[in-house]
Every structure is written in structure tokens, then in C-alpha cells.
Write a protein that binds this ligand. Structure first.
Ligand SMILES: C[S@@+](CC[C@H](N)C(=O)[O-])C[C@H]1O[C@@H](n2cnc3c(N)ncnc32)[C@H](O)[C@@H]1O
Length: 338
């Protein structure tokens, strides 16, 4: 990776003012190098508390590159971070290579704790899934939830490890429900809850999105012709004051397809119906190829067609550790007030 020599020092210098601010706000999980925008596409370097998580998506880093970047980051942060390198450039290949620098020390791979907005999160360098347990570009949106959840019932859809739910609980929500179909992800959400023992308990619903949201929204659950649906948890129709919708780009299940490019509406409609009449829906779209303007129009049109016009909206941007040269970051977040 020829450009890293110059690109990494520039990225670290660009964060000179940001890092003290983040530390002051109780955050030690952030992106130190956002390769696609900072001169080395396919490389990300993230701090997760004591751990330094390096991920490559296009080509494997050499031993020397890895050692050099680790040293530079340690110098900037002023302590010896625990290096984990996950090379995702060859399919599912996070396999350790022969040199010890690729395999990570045992103390980097044990369960660790990172902090964000004053909350504790489980940090695990390698686990059954591919992605780290906390998506860092959503930090500002989680902070927004913490500041706006007081007294509200909060529904966290596609909850993953329940970071949004945790912020709602910390912000004084009256009730927090996290929904995801993956038990392993909710289990980490429970761990995150346990790592913040002063917070009120959250609820966890393990279900496919479509039957759950349609039941809450009071919509029928239809099977495709000739197909029998798998069983799903029964839920009562109800609405929530604050709903957070952050789906993956694409996922297929027996109940439907999550497809942010072709069909955001089928996710959005029931989520709007499950939002209280004067409630708030925060929705996200992380597909780089969809521009904010186009997606915002789709979202506003969908709400109006449902008879639930948006009274006011705001856009949330990822923080400066996710710079965007064209002002169009992949993660787009809209707060819709009804
Ligand atoms: C990109 S993550 C969402 C990130 C999350 N909102 C956060 O705050 O970190 C995608 C999550 O959606 C879940 N998921 C994907 N398809 C689903 C479906 N049909 N029903 C329920 N959960 C689903 C996955 O298990 C995963 O936890």
C-alpha cells in the first residue's frame, strides 16, 4: 500500500482536535483512518478502547506496513494499543498468517471494553461475525438518541448489538425494545446491558423484522403463494414514541427481502405505522450509491402517501472521523418528526 506512509500521518493530524473532544465526551472508540476518503481505499484503522482494529478489504497489508502503522498510532495516542488485524480482502479470510503480527497477541483477543458517550461496550477482536461489534459511523445518531429519549418508549429495529437501545436507556427512555433475528447479536446486546449496570433493563425481541413490525403496525402477515411461513413470536399491535430503523443493505428471509436500493418503502411503511402519531422515526440508509437528496425525497413521499406527513425533519451526519470528500457519506440518517 504505497500511499499509507503519507496518508496515515495526514489522517492523524486531521484528528488532532477531534480526539481530545471525543475523550472528554466519554468516547474511546473512533476511526483513525478512513481509507476510502483519506488516500488508501479498502483500509480502515479503528480504535476500540484499548484495542487497535485494522481491517483491509482489497489487499493484504505487509508485515512492515502493519508494524509501522501500529507504531505511528501508538505514538499519537500515547499508549501501546492492542493490535488486531482482520484481513477481509480474500473472502472470509481473517485467518492468521505465519508471522505473529498477523495472529494478534492473546491479550488483544480477550474480551475488552470500549466507551462511547459515557457507555461501556463489549469489544471482541474476533467472533463469529465479520464486523466489529459497534459500528462507529453511527456514533452521532446514538448520541442524538441519548439526548432525545427521555420519557419515551423506544423501538430499536435491526438492533445488532443494541447500541442504540443502550443510549435510549441512558437517556431516560421509559421503555426500550431491541429487535433482531440473530440471537448471537442480541446476546452481545445483553452483555452490553450488563456492562452498564446502572441503566434500566432493556427488552429483547428475537424475530424477523417483517412479522414483528407488521404485527406492531397492525398489518397482516402474508405468506407467498404456496409457501408456509416459519413460526414467529406473537406481538400485540402498538406504537412507540421513538423508532430507530437502521437496516442492512440487503438481506433475504422467508418473510421478505431487505433491499435498501430497490425497496426501502416496504421497510419504512410499517415502521411509520408503528411510530406514535406525534412520535419520531430515525431512519438510516448506508448504501453509498444512493444520494441523500434522492433518498430523502423517497422517504418524505412514502410518509405523505401513508397519510402520515412529516412535520419537520433533520439530517444527522457522521462525525469528522468519517470524512467525506463529496459531502455524501455512505451512512445517511434522517430524523422524521410526525
Ligand atoms: C447492519 S446491522 C444493523 C446495525 C445496527 N442498527 C446498529 O445500531 O449497530 C444489521 C442487523 O440486522 C439484522 N437483520 C438482518 N435482516 C434481518 C431481518 N430480516 N429481521 C431481523 N433482523 C435482521 C442482523 O442480524 C444484524 O444484526
Amino acid at each position: 500500500m504505497p500511499s499509507l506512509d503519507q496518508a496515515l500521518p495526514a489522517a492523524l493530524a486531521a484528528r488532532e482536535n477531534l480526539l481530545p473532544d471525543l475523550h472528554t465526551q466519554g468516547t474511546d472508540c473512533y476511526r483513525l483512518f478512513h481509507g476510502s476518503q483519506e488516500g488508501a481505499g479498502g483500509l480502515t484503522i479503528d480504535r476500540y478502547g484499548p484495542q487497535l482494529m485494522v481491517q483491509s478489504f482489497h489487499q493484504t497489508l505487509s508485515r512492515d506496513e502493519l508494524l509501522a502503522l501500529h507504531e505511528q498510532v501508538n505514538e499519537t495516542l500515547g499508549f501501546a494499543t492492542l493490535l488486531v488485524y482482520n484481513d477481509r480482502s480474500k473472502g472470509n479470510s481473517r485467518v492468521d498468517r505465519s508471522d505473529a503480527v498477523y495472529s494478534a497477541n492473546d491479550n488483544a483477543l480477550v474480551d475488552l471494553v470500549g466507551r462511547e458517550w459515557g457507555l461501556n461496550y463489549r469489544v471482541r477482536g474476533r467472533h463469529a461475525g465479520q464486523d466489529p461489534l459497534l459500528f462507529l459511523d453511527l456514533r452521532n445518531a446514538r448520541g442524538w438518541v441519548q439526548r432525545h429519549a427521555a420519557g419515551k418508549s423506544v423501538l430499536n429495529l435491526f438492533a445488532y448489538t443494541c447500541g442504540v437501545g443502550l443510549n435510549a436507556a441512558a437517556g431516560g427512555a421509559s421503555e426500550v425494545v431491541n429487535l433482531d433475528f440473530a440471537e448471537g447479536n442480541l446476546a452481545v446486546g445483553r452483555e452490553n446491558g450488563a456492562l452498564n449496570p446502572d441503566l434500566p433493563a432493556m427488552q429483547f425481541v428475537q424475530s424477523d423484522y417483517f412479522p414483528a413490525i407488521r404485527q406492531w403496525a397492525g398489518l397482516p402477515i402474508a405468506a407467498r403463494r404456496g409457501q408456509k411461513l416459519p413460526s414467529y413470536p406473537r406481538l400485540d399491535q402498538r406504537q412507540f414514541d421513538l423508532v430507530f430503523l437502521d437496516p442492512p443493505a440487503w438481506a433475504k428471509s422467508a418473510f421478505g427481502t431487505v433491499d435498501l436500493l430497490r425497496d426501502y418503502q416496504s421497510l419504512l411503511k410499517p415502521a411509520i405505522l408503528a411510530t406514535a402519531e406525534d412520535g419520531t422515526l430515525v431512519c438510516c440508509n448506508n448504501l453509498a450509491k444512493i444520494a441523500m437528496d434522492e433518498w430523502r425525497e423517497q422517504v418524505l413521499r412514502c410518509a405523505a402517501k401513508l397519510g402520515r406527513p412529516v412535520r419537520e425533519y433533520e439530517q444527522l451526519q457522521p462525525a469528522q472521523d468519517f470524512p467525506s470528500q463529496d459531502g455524501n457519506p455512505p451512512l445517511k440518517t434522517l430524523v422524521l418528526h410526525f
